[in-house]
Design a protein around this ligand. Structure first.
Ligand code: NDP
Length: 258
């Protein structure tokens, strides 16, 4: 069986919707025992057998509790997917992004993952095995104007992820990052709905406007959460055992070489 994860114990942050929910489902289908987390306790739609606990990755105490609970309930953690993240577009230029906005975006997209890694990776290193995936963004590679703070936070996450990979590679722990382009999750569907409401056009027209605003997607469609989850399921499996420190841009060919 490809991507066989039988017996593996996984933590996925932000697994109640969008990309995280697809990752939870794929890992669970591949045989892993999965514990996932989000700020709101709307975990009723999780696949059978998936464990849930409430946590906010921007709160250091909450992250510590999550790590303790995951270790206790799963008996150890083999796979960690730092997926929770995101950020709203800010109209205006760089000088309109205030300190609070910068701090919030860094907490959500960088420091949450750093703290959870710090809590869970040492046991992987001690055991001599483990896999970490950081969900970054194609905008870490080419900044998006209205999302400059988000792009910069994901850029920092990517650099940190590469450094962590180098530090723990010889200890049997692999660390990779996945950088999605525009993927149609509830977060992006909300943006499309806002454009449709503002222009009075259809959702398809609104989607086309949004895709055009980022320069187009050569493959001709936005991504689905499953597109991203399939790659993550491969990266955490033994089939990817020689892959570490890598960054996979998965965006339908959107990113132009720079
Ligand atoms: P969604 O907003 O659809 O889902 C985000 C998930 O994370 C939810 O389960 C949410 O639950 C949880 N979450 C958000 N903030 C926190 C927090 N502070 N602590 C714990 N959980 C949290 O996002 P997407 O699926 O679109 O995005 C998932 C990841 O992919 C993010 O890191 C995002 O930056 C990245 N990405 C997405 C792209 C896209 O086009 N969709 C493109 C590039 C990257 P709750 O709100 O209840 O906490």
């Amino acid at each position: 069986m490809v991507n066989n994860l039988a017996g593996r114990r996984a933590v996925v942050t932000g697994g109640t919707r969008g990309i995280g929910a697809a990752i939870v489902r794929k890992l669970s289908e591949a045989g892993a025992t999965v514990l996932t987390t989000a700020r709101s306790a709307n975990a009723t739609d999780l696949p059978p057998g998936v464990l849930f606990t409430t946590a906010d990755v921007t709160d250091p105490d909450s992250v510590r509790r999550l790590a303790d609970e995951a270790t206790r309930r799963l008996g150890g953690v083999d796979i960690l997917v730092n997926n929770a993240g995101g950020g709203a577009a800010r109209p205006g230029g760089y000088s309109d992004i205030d300190d609070k906005t910068w701090q919030d975006i860094l907490e959500t997209n960088l420091l949450g993952a750093v703290r959870l890694d710090r809590a869970l990776v040492p046991a992987m290193v001690e055991r001599g095995s483990g896999v970490v995936v950081h969900i970054s963004s194609s905008s870490a590679h080419v900044p998006v104007g209205a999302l400059l703070h988000y792009s910069a936070a994901k850029g920092a996450l990517s650099t940190y992820s590469k450094g962590l990979a180098e530090e723990v590679a010889a200890k049997g722990v692999r660390v990779n990052r996945v950088s999605p382009g525009m993927t149609e999750t509830p977060a992006v569907a909300g943006v499309i709905a806002d454009i449709a409401a503002a222009t009075g056009g259809s959702r398809d027209d609104a989607r086309a406007t949004l895709v055009e605003s980022i320069g187009g997607i050569p493959i001709g469609r936005t991504g689905t959460p499953d597109d991203i989850a399939n790659l993550v399921a491969f990266l955490v499996s033994d089939e990817a055992s020689w892959i570490t420190g890598a960054d996979y841009v998965i965006d339908g060919g959107m990113l132009k070489a720079s």
